[in-house]
Design a binder for this molecule. Sequence first.
Ligand code: ARG
Length: 516
Amino acid sequence: MPTNHISTDETEQAHDVVRHGRLSGTRNADIASLLSSMEADRYIASHDVRVDIAHLLMLADCSITSRPHAQKLMRELIQLYDEGVPQSVFNPAYEDIHAGIESHIIAMIGMDSGGRLHVARSRNDEVATCLRLYARSAALAQIESLLALRLLLLELAQEHLQTIMPGFTHLQHAQPTTLAHHMLAYEQMFARDTNRLLCAYEHINASPLGAAAFASTGYPIDREQTSRDLGFQTIVENSMDAVSSRDFACELLSADTILEMHISRLCEELIIWNSGLTRFVELDDAYCSTSSIMPQKKNPDVAELLRSRTGTLLGAFTSAITIMKALPLTYNRDLQDLNPHLFSGTKHIARDLRLLAGMLQTAKFQKERMHAQAGEGYSTATGLADYLVCVYDIPFREAHNIIGRAVRADSLQLQTLDLAAQEITGHTLSEKGLTKEEIDRVLDPAYSVSSRSNFGGPAPSAVKQALKHRKEIVKQHSTEFFALSQNVSRAEETLIEKARQFIQENKENHAEHKTD
Ligand code: ARG
């Protein structure tokens, strides 16, 4: 049975320019497969090309690499940018994408120019930079999807201000609330998730490039320039920290783990609401699967898979942080093993958020059934106790006991309440003036909800206020997101424009030269 997909032939065919000076012989497939990060490096290949372009422009501007060589190199890099990194580069016989691209370039334009790209840097600062570029775009895509989901939750809340439903504690009918209030609870959680991602983003968005292996370099490089050209907000100042820290990745994975935890809670509720036990919601067919044997089945598989994703994320986060734990400074190859966890943990988060939004948007909420269940299990009994406190000046604990005793007798009729009050206090409630009409009014779930109009409560008046406030916060987050993503895309456009001009200059100078 083949132990991996690298054939010895392939391994031998690829000429890894990094290895062959210091090391002799060939590696067998097992060694190559352990050493190579090529498979995971697919996630950073396009970022690596941009890092190369920024680095090369800086080398030329700082007169570290002469223009003719730099321009030759740039032509190759722009081709990789425009056409993508060719399949042949993704040969796991190369230790990584950096060695693969460098080997490819040298094969294309020869050692004299091709061998001048990897000066004044190391793969250590190179990969750290690529990972930050990857993490930056992953975080932005996630924030964008979070904002869309939050807007949808606000719309649902607006639509369901009056949709009364049971609220649960211990998964038992507890007190009535509204679907709007319930949706806003999740919107708040997702707002904190957005905040966590924005904070993580700040730590991600710093350039390690120029740290070289770890001890910087003697070449007169310009770290400011590469940082700016790659759209980073700042520079990771200490060169040892720059190459060896991955807390930015752990932070993103941790924010994503918490985010998936929230997704899983909402999905769990959708699963319960969609089940025959409550039938509060009907999920759209697109988000369901059926059974291969039970023809009647319509199962909430998308919600279930989204619920399970928290496990995947926690696994990725735990792996990443455990790999980092106790690693001495600076670069150690263990760091490479963290990368696949960063990719596998983060790559589907934006998709998950889109799926959740789509599932909610197409779900049919069974308002009548929700309303009918809102008063189940004596869910408005607290309101009755409060009423006895406020109108009849009964101490809360006494009211709580009277009503508890009546519930034990399975009735909140005036007669039962009187009996309970008589037993506990020696007086009936009718004596104090309590009537059946008052009891009926107070026990109505709609009354219960509308009486809870404090800040943050479920009363439609309070939820309307909350909605205004929440819309403001989404707006602020959107503005922040928009500015960040503009910065990133502008930086990329500017960098590529600069690189194209750099090649162009060559042609013009050349043309001038010829006419001279
Ligand atoms: N592929 C490596 C990584 O992902 C970067 C290469 C650094 N290798 C080295 N031996 N210093 O971490």
